[in-house]
Design a protein around this ligand. Sequence first.
Ligand code: NAI
Length: 335
Amino acid sequence: MPITVAFFDTKPYDREYFTAAAATHGDLELRFLEHRLTENTVITAQGAAAVCCFVNDRLDAKILTRLRDAGVRHVALRCAGFNNADLAAAKELGLAVTRVPAYSPHAVAEHTVALLLTLNRKIHRAHNRVREQNFSLAGLVGFDLHGKTAGIVGTGKIGRLTAEILRGFGMRVLAHDPFPDAVWAAQHRISYVSKTELFAQSDVISLHSPLTPDTHHLVNEPTLAVLKRGAYLVNTSRGKLIDTAALIEALKSGRVGGVALDVYEEEEGVFFEDHSDHVLADDELARLLTFPNVLITAHQAFLTREALSEIARVTTENLRRRAAGTPFLDGTQLA
Ligand code: NAI
């Protein structure tokens, strides 16, 4: 009997890569749904043995209970972050929760650096100008990354790769992590410092810590106050690491020199969708979009062929393992 899986919030690329991964065994019946998992849509999981969810699907205790009542036994997150899932509630309900902890840290680190280079050298603005036959260079002055200081907050898989790439540009790299890796740091001539020191000394700060109660609004008014004037901030981790209202004030005052975001505090329901025909209701996002020194991509750092293949491979394998009662792939089980 095939295992029925309800896939929430799916896009054409999800369908393409998951269909290919499922075809290798032919034992999964994939029910692709375009809507996100919310209180209103949880009913559409009825009859499925598992659900496959993404970063903006809601997995709070109430929704998990309704999933369990609908017959679901496995929540397979097709992402690395799991801040949207109440793991304690899942455990209590007997729901297994898995994720894909490391589908391609390279994809995210490379996008981080792409954002930084684009922001600094104003490639997005130059591209638009040249297409309009405006070949003027006024306002496009950047700075050499070589010799500047980068601060990496969170030196897990993605933070380390980002740090190593920036070392390759000849940057001095500072790092902050509650679990520092001295061997790695010495190998790459990277220094661990306190969060305050990192904010005070860095020309470029890149966030790579997960969203937890400790890291919520890690960038806020007090941290922005110690920032080196004109420093750049890049966030490809989770939107809620930044207090957006405080960031807007720091942009207005010039304390922050530029911001590149792949994630946004209130991205749920906005990112991943085409809203070009609608009025933007989010005033803070609208304000961010007015700054010439703010660059935003809509949570696409993971979007490479390699990452999508690996996400589909790991997730489909875990879906089979749950049904067969065999252990999940190493490091993928959360509850
Ligand atoms: P990881 O688990 O390998 O590393 C996270 C690091 O952050 C760990 O070293 C941990 O000790 C550190 N950390 C925890 N609390 C901290 C704190 N208070 N201050 C500083 N560091 C702290 O995770 P990985 O794979 O490097 O991913 C990092 C984050 O990137 C994920 O949690 C996820 O939110 C985000 N992500 C974003 C993607 C995108 O498409 N934009 C795709 C994949 C991940």
